[in-house]
Every structure is written in C-alpha cells, then in structure tokens.
Unconditional design. Sequence first.
Lengths: 420, 143
Amino acid sequence: MTGPRARAVALCAVLHGAALLIPVHRVAAQTQDEPGAAGPEAAGTPQMPPPAAVSASAWRWTVDATAFVGFNYQRRKFRDFDAWESQNWVMATGARPAGGGMLVLSSMMSLEPLTLRDIGSHQVFQTGETFRRAPLIDYQHPHDLFMGLGAQFRRSLGRLAIVAAVDLVGAPSLGPSAFMHRPSGRENPQAPLGHHHLDSSHITPGVVRGGIETGAWRMEGSWFRGREPDENRLDLDIGALDSAAARLSWTRGPWSAQISGAHLTEPEAISPYDAKRLTASIAYTSGSAARGIDWLAAVGQSREAHGNLESYLWEAAVRAGAATTLYIRAESVAKDILDAGFHPRGTFHRHRQSQVGALTIGYIREVANTRAGRAGVGADVTGYAVPPNLRDSYGSPLSFHVFLRYRAPRLSSGAPVHIH
Amino acid sequence: MAARIPRERRSRESAVRLATGVCLLALAAAGCGSSASPSGPSTSPAPTPDRPATITITASGVSPREVLTTIGSRVTFVNNDVIPHDIAGGPDPSRPDCHEIDAVGFLTPGQSRQTNPFERARTCEYHDHSAHSPNVAGRIIIR
C-alpha cells in the first residue's frame, strides 16, 4: 500500500495508538497541554522532575502526541501547489530514580515519512536536506520516523547538578528548542524558513552530551554526527561522532535564553565542506493556559564555505482565552537558492544570497476538549518579501494552510516528565 | 475502584471516537491527493521547424536531449517539473562553458526562459547546477 491511502492509514495508526493509551495511564489532572507545561525554553533537553516527585520504586511514563491534518496551498507565480498532508509526532518518556539521581529514557517518533510526500511539504523558499541527491528547494523535508531515542541521567551535587546523556537519535547542545516543542511555535504546522540555521539539529543520529547546572545557568557540550539525516526516513543514520557543540543557557521564571555554537562536519550531503553554526535566542513563556503570550526571538548564522547565511526569527502564540490562539511568525532569512546544488570539492564560488522575508499569521479555535485530547480547527496565511534577484522566478507568492489539529492529553503514570 | 473502570472505558471510547473522526477526515483527504496546477503563462508551444528550439524539463529529465539550432538563434527551456532547476552551460559544475546558456539559470516550476543568441558554430553541453542529475543534461548543436 503506497501513496495517499498509506499516509492516511499511517495517521490513523498514530491517533488510535495515542487514544488507546488513555485507560492504562492515569490522566494527570489539569495537564491538558497547558502552554507552560513545556516550560521555558530548555533548548532541546528533557526536563526532569525533582527526585522527590517520583516514587523510588517505579518508572513514571509520560506520553504526548500532536497531529496536524490539513490542506496546504501555495500560490506562486508560474505554478500553484497544493496537498493534503499531515505533520505529526508522538513522544514517550520514562523516568525513575537511579544512582542517587534521575534516569530518563525518551523516544519520539513521526509518521511524516508516510503522511507527507517523499519530497516533503510544499513551502515556498524552504531549503535544507536533499531529495534524489538534489537540494530541496521550496519543500520542507519529512522528519524521520525516529526523531528521538536516548537516555539521560541527572544528579544533584549540592548547589550543582550534572547531566549526562546518550542518544541514538537526539539533539546536540545547539540552538533553541525545535519549533514543534517550543510554546511559541508549536501551534504552527509549518517549519520556520530559518530551520536549518537555528534548530534543524533536533534530529541528530548519534549524540553524547554532558553538562553542569548551577542556579539558573546550564553549560553543556556535546559530540555528535554532523551530517543531516539522509533521504531514507525510516532508518537510523549511524556514523562517527565527528562534530561538536556547546551551549550556555539561562532560565529564570518565564524567561529563558541561550547562546550556542557548533562545528559541523559536512552537514549537507551535497556539499563536501564543513560548516559552523552560531545561534542565540531569548524566550518568554507565560505559563498560562487561558490567557497570555509565549514568544521567542532568535538569530542564527551558518558559516559555510560558500558564504555566511543569517536568519532572524520572532514568533509568538497569543491566547485570548482557553479556546482561542493566534500565532505569528516573522522571519528574515538568507537563502542561497540561486546557487544551491552539488559542488565538487574544489569548485568554489561565493553563492548569491537572497534575503527572504516571511510573515505568518494563524488562528486556532479549539472545538473539542475531552479526556481523549483536544481538537482544534486552524488556518494561516503567509506573505513574503521577495528579494529582487528572486522576483522573476517567484513573483509575490502566498501560502495558506487549513487544518485540524489533534493534541493528546499529557498522559502520565505519575509525576509529569516534560520533554522539550 | 469499581467506579473507576466505567470512567476509563468511557475515556477509551471517547478517545477512539475522536481518533476515528480525524481518520475519516484524513482518508477523505487522501482521496484528493496532491497536485501542482499551472497558474500563469507556463507552457510553450510544441516545437516546429520555423520556431526556436524548446527543451522541456520534467521529472524524468530533459526532452529532447539534443537539439539543433543556428548561429544567432536562441533555445527556450521550460521547467515542467515540480522542483526548480538551474540550467548552466558546460558538462558539469567544474567545467563551465557556453555562457549563452547561463542566461537560462534558475527556473521555478512552470517557468521558462531563453538562452542568449549563440554566437558561433559548435556543440554546447549544459547541466543542472541544482540537481546535477544526468537526466537534466544535454547538448545543443549550433550550425
């Protein structure tokens, strides 16, 4: 079974799987996906409850899931594109005290390899990764089946705490939380255009992390495989840990911030060159489910052999009530669309850059809120500021999404364990 | 505990109902599939002897792979694929040649553009600077 029918059946499997989990877990009271539950920006690492909150005798399991099903329409100068598609993911985390600290096992999966087309989701000006060995342009790639699979240990030592983690698939110490995890961005089914300058390393095959925390500060480093996921979305891309990253993050109340940098060994399959990536971000998370605003401002720079590409992002989720959310994303991203592609080593030239602007305004209305989860109906529109060197090819495109969003309740067999 | 079991059953039934509703929507959507539709002047006329040569790019490559033209003429490239292509002169990125072809450059789906007039009799190869696929490559013979 292939094609759209297989994608729909795959989505059903996700939803029914999540739904059938409910009776075997105690549904945590008042954890209906409260925006603050994800906590302040934690920059891609599991946040664990204090040891006292978890029984010494048992694993505490938490399951979370989100699925968007909708229509994607991209109005363009020469040819329009449209598709029915689904972005989705499910996460499961188990935690228990061990060795005087807390051990957390985490996993995250997505059926996007089946619920999106092989080439990905239409998105004007989006770039990053490849399809049939050609660079993806105007498409957001599907995420891998295995988005996360790893273990983390955290132990307090007086005023300090140490963190160590090993991930078969995970996130190195680089960038802000990935867009689908951060409260400011997770109502938007579309990836930021600056995804590959900011948070694209959230699915990295092979990560070893270590860090130290004191008060509001955390310093961590990681070694990982720098190559981005390959075109086979169903496998694990095991390889040497050839890249390194470091991040300093700070959290106080609703505020959080991070600066990070990485050396990436040949991150793109079509470019035989290393790259460096620098990011900085600050976020505010209101923590209120009914009314408030969560926002993130971030800047990223990819220092590549063919030039430096910079990305600026501001996004927010504004809740005017328990059932209404307005989301906004504004970006200015440097793209080398005009010179993307394979460059044999030694074929060097500066890429022409195009500074693309994008503004997305979206709205979600909750239409069902039961113990089985929440369902919302949403829509958004994106307008673009097209640089002069792309106007001939793109004109003035517009993007539209209309979708149904299902979000499972935050299911827990005990104290909730938050994943970012 | 006795009262808890019916609650859990209700919860399971409610969950399955919600999931089933979403599935029905997804299955209905799957029947509609995905498409790309022309919205502008994207097609070019079929080549005829008294018109400039036209090379069409689709997902399976370029057609025709080899065209014949004359000095002073132009060749039109039409991108009927669903991804952009970047047409440049020369057999590959490391051997640029025939800069008249570079005028075609980046073509989004549906877009077409001409080469500059060819100045002398020779055989020019071209490649896709984005995809470097052997299917999106060919030659133009100028006489």
